[in-house]
Design a protein around this ligand. Structure first.
Ligand code: FPP
Ligand code: MG
Ligand code: MG
Length: 333
């Protein structure tokens, strides 16, 4: 499912900007080494929604120079950082499928996958350096948020409220980069500070909503649909929002889910090694009240995003942002 921007002049401009991002992406990811180039371009070539570049390009329409050279640079760098984290994430999650293709770690092993991610980050840093030290600082801070979120997810809630913990992790590992896309897009097109702050805030909300919808899809989809293996988070012992809500229920399904998913000795999530357990848990979760609660929470986030959007001047870019928000909610079905 894609995002429909219509077929007017505005949509053509956005499509043109995204095509320039695509060119720059593949140019920047090429190196003198054949294997490195193949590994580093693997995920970019496998597909992807280019959600973050789209976000940056749309944000640039709230400044005087939309889709200028710096906007393209910023949008490309943000996508490269995103891709870099996916290489590392698939190693940590032991995921073998990404964007419908073999993950880099499945194809070449962990070492090559980690190095490819590092290379993407190096090239993203080089691109951001052309935008000046202020931009380097923003990206450095965003990078630290991504790492913090991933770290916090890895070590678990450790006694904190699990839903609060989850939402914090999700903001850090996903919201922060989408906020950076909004901030960068607005900044590089010369928008004023207030606009930049608004677009960063919209990025915060949409980013969290985007990850929540991803986590719902991880449970609700069948293999092939999402381009990833469903239940990967459960297998790793990572409990996402629908799971946390379902575990908190008091019906027989919730009792059974707790037996499968929670270590009785520690009360913490336990990783699953048995495929039958994963299948049973997915079955119990897919029709659960927890899923419905997560969908409702997602709808609330979309409302918040629309409220924030309403403070921006009416324009094709604002309309596009609104449909991007709706897309985030609608894709969970
Ligand atoms: C995907 O989550 C993971 C992230 C959005 C953040 C990953 C962050 C890092 C690996 C930090 C360190 C990065 C580098 C380059 C040093 P997920 O596993 O829930 O999503 P998925 O279903 O797409 O795998
Ligand atoms: Mg993952
Ligand atoms: Mg992960």
């Amino acid at each position: 499912a894609g995002l429909d921007l219509g077929n007017g002049e505005f949509a053509a401009g956005v499509a043109d900007a995204l095509a320039r991002v695509e060119d720059l992406l593949l140019t920047e990811l090429s190196s003198g080494d054949e294997i490195l180039t193949e590994a580093a371009t693997h995920l970019a070539k496998a597909g992807g929604k280019r959600f973050r570049p789209m976000f940056a390009v749309l944000a640039s329409h709230f400044g005087p120079d939309p889709a200028g050279e710096d906007v393209i640079t910023a949008a490309t760098a943000v996508e490269m950082i995103h891709l870099a984290t996916l290489y590392h994430d698939d190693v940590m999650d032991e995921a073998d499928l990404r964007r419908g293709a073999e993950s880099a770690n499945a194809r070449w092993g962990n070492s090559v996958a980690i190095l490819a991610g590092d290379f993407l980050f190096a090239r993203a840093s080089r691109l951001v350096s052309t935008l000046g030290p202020g931009s380097v600082r923003i990206i450095a801070e965003t990078f630290a948020e991504l790492v913090t979120g991933q770290m916090r997810e890895t070590v678990g809630a450790r006694g904190a409220d699990p839903v609060d913990h989850y939402l914090r992790v999700v903001w850090e590992k996903t919201g922060s980069l989408i906020a950076a896309a909004g901030r960068f897009g607005a900044m590089t097109s010369g928008a004023d500070p207030e606009r930049i702050a608004t677009l960063a805030r919209i990025g915060d909300i949409v980013g969290v909503a985007f990850q929540v919808s991803d986590d719902i899809i991880d449970i609700a989809s069948v293999t092939g649909e999402s381009g990833k293996t469903p239940g990967t988070d459960l297998r790793e012992g990572v409990h996402t929002l629908p799971v946390l809500y379902a575990l908190a229920g008091d019906g027989a399904d919730s009792v059974r889910l707790r037996e499968i998913l929670v270590d009785p000795a520690t009360g913490e999530a336990r990783p699953l090694t048995d495929d039958a357990e994963v299948d049973e848990a997915l079955g119990l979760l897919s029709g659960s009240a927890g899923m419905e609660q997560a969908r409702q929470r997602l709808a609330q986030m979309a409302d918040d995003a629309h409220t924030e959007l309403a403070t921006l001047p009416e324009s094709p870019a604002r309309t596009a942002f609104a449909s991007l928000v709706n897309f985030t909610v609608d894709r969970v079905g």
